[in-house]
Design a protein around this ligand. Structure first.
Ligand SMILES: Cc1ncc(COP(=O)(O)O)c(C=O)c1O
Length: 389
């Protein structure tokens, strides 16, 4: 903290997140290419180039992926393309962003809410197996919580054993979650707050034969564009939606890709340093998300601290409020407590998720955090130390 800040506690609020969007200068060459081509949407040259880069990066053929307007529609269209009977029971973690469940409901199915692992905060194959013993499950959507990757071979084995389709909601996991050589389906978000921002955007990757192509068609109203499909090009083959990624959004994603490696490295370094500082300030009373079975988080975009109990969380929230520091109870309340979902979900035992929801607090985390901002947060943590025990 600077001497001025120490003398004057009235400073600007420390923001929770600051999106890491490309500058107008970085964006301009891509926008100029778009404008020269006079192609602004409908699978134009920039979307094509972005998809080619994803194909290389993920090591999958082009026909196994498609860009979409956002991850929520990506999930919805993947569920539609799976052709599950209406009213299917889709297992999702109780601790996730609302879109995981709203996509299930909007696709005509019933979200069944499962618990999460108390350490990595994710729905694991072993939790899914228990859920299948407790009730009927027709598909599973595990979430790569806060970007933490899943072990895709473990989920492939689950799919083979049970015959149930698994779709990973990897919204926050671009750069961390890969196919790892397994057969699987992944849905990523390219929202402004994610590690590869396009403003709004999504990416669906699936090794299921024909699934990505079906999602692509559904994202274009359901119109057939394949001359070999046995129906005229332009005929409506399916009841789809409009979930195409525009060339404007592809331009932002391509510009973001230029700096992705460097920014991911900076995010990892900031996270490691800042967690060590907060640990120290709290007297080692904070608990962090443990690495899951799928490997390390490569491009963190959030930071959540877990407190020992609800009172400790409240005390830290209070200190942060006094210190003009923005914090957020991410993914809370749990889905079953959300008014619009309460009556449409089925709930299994969610004891670990319940505990998480009572003790987790999202702290500010973004590239470009200043030393002064970090010091203010450390101060808030250290002044609430006695309450954190
Ligand atoms: C777990 C999860 N699923 C889905 C979404 C929705 O992504 P989008 O904003 O691209 O629709 C988010 C967004 O934060 C998310 O965190």
């Amino acid at each position: 903290m600077t001497a001025r800040e120490a003398a004057d506690p009235v400073h600007d609020w420390v923001p929770l997140l600051v999106p890491d969007m490309p500058s107008p200068q970085t964006l301009m060459p891509w926008l100029e290419r778009m404008h020269a081509a006079r192609h602004y949407s409908n699978f134009g040259p920039l979307v094509k180039e972005l998809e080619e880069r994803f194909s290389l990066g993920f090591g999958v053929p082009l026909e196994q992926l498609t860009t979409v307007a956002n991850a929520t529609l990506g999930l919805e269209l993947v569920l539609q393309a799976l052709d599950l009977p209406k009213g299917s029971h889709v297992l999702v973690p109780a601790f996730t962003f609302v879109a995981t469940a709203t996509a299930v409901v909007r696709a005509g199915h019933v979200p069944v809410l499962a618990d999460v692992d108390p350490d990595c905060w994710m729905l694991t194959p072993s939790i899914a197996r228990s859920a299948c013993h407790a009730t009927r499950i027709d598909a599973v959507i595990p979430v790569a919580t806060f970007g933490m990757p899943h072990d895709m071979f473990a989920w492939q084995q689950f799919e083979q054993e049970t015959g149930l389709p698994v779709v990973i909601d990897a919204a926050a996991a671009y750069g961390s979650q890969s196919l790892q050589g397994a057969q699987c389906t992944l849905v990523f978000s390219l929202h402004a707050t994610k590690s590869l921002p396009a403003g709004e955007g999504g990416l669906v990757i699936s090794t299921r034969p024909g699934l990505a192509a079906r999602v692509r068609q559904l994202s274009n109203f359901g119109i057939n564009l394949d001359p070999d499909a046995g129906m005229p090009v332009g005929a409506l083959a399916d009841i789809g939606s409009n979930a195409k990624m525009s060339e404007y959004h592809a331009a932002i994603a391509l510009a973001s890709l230029q700096v992705w490696e460097d920014h991911a490295r900076q995010r990892r370094a900031l996270q490691a340093e800042f967690m060590a500082e907060l640990d120290e300030s709290s007297g080692h009373r904070l608990v962090w998300q443990a690495q899951g079975a799928g490997g390390a988080l490569m491009a963190p975009s959030l930071l959540c601290a877990r407190l020992h109990n609800q009172a400790a969380r409240q005390a830290l929230e209070h200190r942060c409020q006094q210190g003009r520091i923005m914090v957020r109870r991410w993914y809370q309340p749990l889905l079953q407590q959300m008014p619009a979902l309460a009556s449409v979900v089925k709930v299994l035992d969610t004891c670990h998720a319940d505990e998480l929801a009572a003790t987790l607090l999202g702290m500010p985390f973004f590239l470009g955090m200043t030393q002064a901002q970090r010091k203010l947060i450390q101060l808030a943590v250290s002044t609430s130390k006695k309450d954190l025990a």
